[in-house]
Design a protein around this ligand. Structure first.
Ligand code: PLP
Length: 427
């Protein structure tokens, strides 16, 4: 099966002629359509909200597009809360699903009136001292054991650092009720990049059951069940994407059976990251070297500092060469970056058309956990981000880092002036 980039070769060349590679390119139309599909799929639940996981793509322009489509945001740090505030998200449009949370972050979260998602029972006292306990609060559940979807083992929640155990959930609800909490939310995140249709229904069932029991046994009122993130995308050409409508229908059935009879007015929430923006971004790089030793290498002007997933997870990202989409993949390459790290490989033994120096190489599906995972190892600089609008125009929504950015935090040292006053080589 063929997997084409969302942006045709001609347009890529036009963009690259005004913005030097490498850059991450995002497809506004794709992001909007996905957000609308998710919203429509869950429209059976009037209070449904997708809280986009900011860590997946923390560019305020992207957050602003999602805000326009009715999404909220899920934050987990001080700067993510600041981004949310700057984009105009307010109060309950923001989830704060943090863990091992510093006091100042809880204090800001409480000042902003966001929905706090407690990751641990000891955080009750900690939050009390850092901002205070709100009337509505969410609890993150860790069921322990193994996660089974159908006959497959999907993961080992007992080995994850997140959430409260079942007995702790009940104890926390009682403690929080005594602190004046009136309404509770429940949350869990047990998978990453799951394209299994049964993932959301499986955790929905688990959370609905827990909410029902806590309601009946200790009178807990629930305002939200947060199914969190983890829905995957088809990174490989032969994979298909999860059907969000089918997933939602299954959740709706369980809701009707398990929650509706209680009479509680429960909003379903999601905190999707990858599913929302992953397919709607790509990393565009230029082939700058070829190397023929024991294997054939193509060297790009991008490196793992721009996209870390292949290096740290061995993750597959599809690659096409602009203008060569329909040529036979009759060459086998390792497509690599310039880090002094042998895992800096975007692809290993990948069949591709013959690549010439100067070709634009498109690394697909970098719209989530791409730019945001970047780092500065080897002093490599982060790339620009470009937004392609539905009408074919485009804007740079973040400039590339320059050496002065890399040196910025040395500004209190005697080296700073020398570092930033050096003449940079011409690009
Ligand atoms: C990372 C994360 C998400 C989003 O995960 P995706 O795999 O991108 O959908 C949602 N919620 C929390 C708490 C997270 O840590």
């Amino acid at each position: 099966m063929q997997k084409l980039p969302f942006c045709p070769a001609e347009k890529l060349r036009e963009i690259a002629s005004v913005c030097p590679t490498p850059f991450h390119l995002y497809d506004e139309q794709g992001i909007r359509l996905t957000a609308r599909r998710v919203r429509e799929a869950f429209s059976w639940n009037p209070g449904f909200r997708e809280y986009f996981a900011v860590k997946a793509n923390p560019n305020p322009h992207i957050l602003s597009i999602l805000k326009g489509e009715g999404c909220g945001v899920d934050c987990a740090s001080l700067t993510e809360l600041m981004l949310a505030q700057a984009v105009g998200f307010r109060g309950e449009e923001i989830m704060f699903s943090s863990n091992m949370t510093p006091g100042e972050e809880y204090r800001l979260a409480r000042k902003m009136g966001v929905i706090v998602n407690l990751d641990d029972i000891t955080h009750i006292d900690f939050l009390k001292e850092n901002g205070g306990i709100p009337e509505k609060i969410c609890l993150r559940y860790n069921p322990g054991g193994e996660l089974h979807i159908g006959n497959t083992t999907m993961g080992h929640p007992w080995d994850a650092k997140y959430g409260l155990t079942r007995p702790q959930i009940f104890r926390a609800i009682r403690l929080l009720q005594a602190e004046g909490v009136k309404q509770f939310g429940l949350h869990t995140l047990l998978a990453s990049n799951s394209t299994d249709q049964a993932y959301y229904p499986t955790i929905a069932k688990m959370l609905f059951k827990l909410a029902k029991e806590a309601h009946e046994m200790i009178g807990a009122e629930f305002f939200m069940i947060n199914l969190s993130g983890g829905i995957g995308i088809p990174y490989r050409p032969q994979e298909t994407s999860a059907d969000i409508f089918e997933i939602s229908r299954e959740v709706q059935k369980l809701f009707a059976e398990m929650i509706a009879p209680s009479g509680m007015n429960v909003n379903i929430a999601s905190e999707l990251g990858r599913y929302m923006t992953g397919p709607h971004g790509c990393l565009v790089a230029t082939a700058i070297h070829e190397k023929h030793i024991y294997k054939e290498y193509i060297g790009l002007d991008a490196c793992a500092a721009n996209l870390m997933r292949p290096a740290i997870y061995g993750a597959y990202h599809h690659i096409t060469v602009a203008g060569k989409e329909n040529l036979p993949n009759d060459h086998i390459y390792d497509v690599v970056g310039s880090l002094c790290e042998n895992n800096d490989k975007f692809a290993v033994d990948r069949p591709l058309p013959k690549i010439e120096i100067g070709d634009l190489v498109v690394i697909h599906d970098t719209g989530a956990h791409g730019y945001s995972m970047g780092y500065n190892y080897n002093g490599k600089l982060r790339s620009a981000e470009i937004l392609l609008h539905p009408d074919g125009t485009f804007d740079r929504i973040r400039r590339a880092e320059a050496p002065k950015d890399y040196f910025a935090t040395l500004d209190e040292t005697e080296f700073y002036e020398k570092l930033v006053n050096q003449t940079e080589v011409d690009k």
